[in-house]
Design a binder for this molecule. Structure first.
Ligand SMILES: C[S@@+](CC[C@H](N)C(=O)[O-])C[C@H]1O[C@@H](n2cnc3c(N)ncnc32)[C@H](O)[C@@H]1O
Length: 402
């Protein structure tokens, strides 16, 4: 859809109902929005009021697009009702460091897919972790009534602005500034819990605060590029379990203090790899297979960097590199040598490539499962990834419960 500057004056996007309807059509055509009730919510809750300013990356820098800035309002208007995540708050872990995304309005199609997966019914009470702009809370209010909607964010500014925006539309859900890892005990139990930030393990408080039979939907993330949505049912007072989603999703990570990354930026180690070996596993495989990389990340730990080492500029990168904060580093040559083997060079206390190879063997031995065959069981003391049924454990989450 093309926008004219006149439609975006001061954030008054006069043709927004048509834009919202077009977005709903697009999501429906893409298989991300099927139910009339959620379609009605997408068309009734004006996304543009929740994102008067957002940031886009251009030429490797972040630029603000704002409804009230004549220089950018046209661009702003063109993007608000597209199926795109919009970054709304930036921070820095260190002066001069790369920008950290602190909040965003998630991709609409991901949100509608999650809301449908959540399977809410009239009268359900829902807790959202990660209020952000408040748009998702607005959709929930439209569907269930504000009295059934509870949402928390770690960032007080975000709660304040979301509260004002929602009130402007006549919605007064319960919003609270809180570390979502603790849930919102004061208003428990909930029928449904939806997290729009990722967690390295499921906080036990979430299970405790959802009634038996209730559902938790969250992005379980072992590290960069390593995780997916999982839908758990509380099957007993001391247990929740369920399967990973067939699609793919990724959310920014839950952090325990406002304004900082949970896993701080890590500079690459300059150490030269010393030990040499060879592998028949193509280093591109774990990158292109998200399940393998998830299993590998569970072993490597959350704080790692991935990259390519530069070779001759005429031929592109030479090797894939993995580095961790303890100074461990592995470089795996992209080109195969004799007998299809790739050279591996490693240094530091941990042999990182061995973790990846181990993960690949685990995955192969389990008959190469994709996400829908993977499940997660959660008890107060242990969280286990399984294949097809809880009796077939594949890996244990070692990350302490957040
Ligand atoms: C992707 S945004 C949420 C999008 C939001 N649902 C919306 O509709 O705009 C993730 C949010 O999680 C919040 N967050 C991060 N850590 C948190 C924590 N410990 N507790 C609650 N919220 C947290 C961030 O401040 C951010 O606003």
């Amino acid at each position: 859809m093309t926008a004219t500057p006149a439609t975006a004056t001061g954030g008054a996007l006069v043709d927004w109902p048509a834009r919202a309807a077009a977005l709903a059509d697009e999501l429906a055509a893409a298989g991300k929005l099927a139910s009339p009730a959620w379609r009605a919510a997408v068309q009734a809750v004006p996304r543009h009021l929740f994102v008067p300013r957002f940031y886009v990356r251009r030429d490797d820098r972040m630029h603000a697009l704002a409804a009230d800035d004549p220089a950018t309002s046209r661009d702003w208007a063109e993007q608000v009702y597209t199926n795109t995540a919009l970054v709304t708050k930036l921070g820095h872990d260190e002066p001069g460091g790369p920008p950290v995304y602190l909040s965003s309005s998630s991709t609409p199609g991901l949100i509608t897919r999650m809301l449908e997966t959540l399977d809410v019914h009239d009268g359900h009470r829902v807790l959202e972790i990660g209020t952000g702009t408040g748009w998702n809370a607005g959709l929930l209010c439209h569907r269930l009534g504000a009295a059934s909607v509870f949402s928390v964010d770690i960032d007080p500014d975000l709660i304040e602005t979301a509260r004002a925006r929602l009130a402007g539309l006549g919605y007064r859900p319960t919003l609270a500034v809180a570390d979502g890892a603790l849930g919102l005990a004061a208003h428990a139990p909930y029928d449904r819990l939806i997290a729009t930030c990722s967690v390295p393990s499921i906080p036990w408080a979430w299970v405790e605060q959802v009634r038996v039979g209730g559902v938790i939907l969250a992005d379980l993330r072992a590290g960069l590029g390593a995780g997916n949505l999982v839908r758990l049912t509380r099957t007993a007072p001391d247990r929740a379990e369920g399967m990973f989603d067939a699609g793919y999703a990724t959310f920014m990570q839950l952090r325990h203090t406002p304004g900082s990354s949970p896993v701080p930026f890590m500079r690459a180690s300059a150490d030269t790899p010393v030990s040499e070996s060879a592998t028949t596993l193509d280093p591109r495989t774990p990158w292109s297979n998200r399940v393998v990389w998830f299993l590998a990340a569970l072993r490597i730990g959350r704080r790692y960097r991935l990259g390519y080492t530069r070779g001759d500029p005429r031929h592109g990168p030479e090797a894939v590199s993995i580095a961790t904060a303890d100074g461990s580093r592995a470089e795996i040559a992209l080109a195969a040598g004799e007998h299809g083997a790739h050279a591996v060079r490693e240094t530091g206390p941990a042999r990182l490539w061995q973790h990846v190879e181990h993960a690949h063997r685990q995955w192969a031995a389990a008959d190469q499962p994709d996400w829908p065959r993977l499940g997660l069981s959660v008890t107060p003391t242990q969280q286990t990834i399984y294949v097809d049924a809880p009796g077939n454990p594949l890996a244990t989450l070692t990350t302490p419960a957040v």
